[in-house]
Design a protein around this ligand. Structure first.
Ligand SMILES: [Zn+2]
Ligand SMILES: [Zn+2]
Length: 162
C-alpha cells in the first residue's frame, strides 16, 4: 500500500517505520507526515506519544481516538516548512503549514493549519497548531481536477480514498 502521507512511496518504506518506532523522524516535516499517517491508520498511541510533553497533559489516547472516529482522512498537502537548524542537540523549533482533507458526515473538508514543532530529548515533537481555515470543499465531477490541488483528475486522485 502507498503511504497515506502522499509521498508516493510504499507505506512500509515511509511512515510505517517511524510509527513503529524502528526509526525516528529526522525532520519536522517527516514527523508531520507520520502523524497524519497515524491518524489515517488509526494508531492513536503514536499520535499521543509524539505530542510535546506540555501538550500531552492536555489529552488522552481516548480523546484522540474519539475525535478521529468520525473522520476519514483523504489527503495531506504540505505547503511550507520554516527554516530550522538540523542540529538536534541544540534547542530548536520549526513550523509546518499544511492542509489536510477529510470526509466528515458526508462532506469533504479542508483544514489548513500552521503547526509548531519542537525538539525534546533529541526528537521532533508536535507542540500545537493554529488552524487558519476549516471549510467544506465542493466534490468535483469524476473527470474534473481534484479539490486537493494535485492537478490530477478527481477519479485518479482523492476519489480513490473516498
Ligand atoms: Zn509517509
Ligand atoms: Zn486529490
Amino acid at each position: 500500500m502507498l503511504c497515506p502521507c502522499g509521498s508516493e512511496r510504499a507505506y512500509s518504506l515511509c511512515c510505517q517505520a517511524i510509527i513503529l518506532a524502528k526509526k525516528s523522524a529526522s525532520s519536522p516535516e517527516q514527523l508531520m507526515r507520520s502523524r497524519y499517517s497515524a491518524y489515517a491508520t488509526e494508531q492513536f498511541e503514536y499520535i499521543f506519544l509524539t505530542y510535546a510533553s506540555a501538550s500531552q497533559v492536555e489529552q488522552s489516547i481516548e480523546d484522540i481516538a474519539q475525535w478521529s472516529k468520525q473522520t476519514h482522512w483523504l489527503k495531506l498537502i504540505i505547503h511550507q516548512v520554516s527554516d530550522y537548524q538540523k542540529d538536534l542537540a541544540s534547542h530548536n523549533s520549526a513550523q509546518v503549514e499544511f492542509s489536510a482533507f477529510y470526509r466528515h458526515q458526508g462532506q469533504i473538508w479542508q483544514m489548513r493549519e500552521k503547526s509548531h514543532f519542537i525538539i525534546e530529548q533529541g526528537l521532533w515533537r508536535y507542540l500545537d497548531g493554529a488552524v487558519s481555515d476549516n471549510q467544506v470543499v465542493q466534490k468535483p465531477k469524476r473527470n474534473d481536477h481534484c479539490f486537493c490541488g494535485s492537478e490530477k483528475k478527481f477519479k485518479h486522485c482523492c476519489a480513490k480514498s473516498l
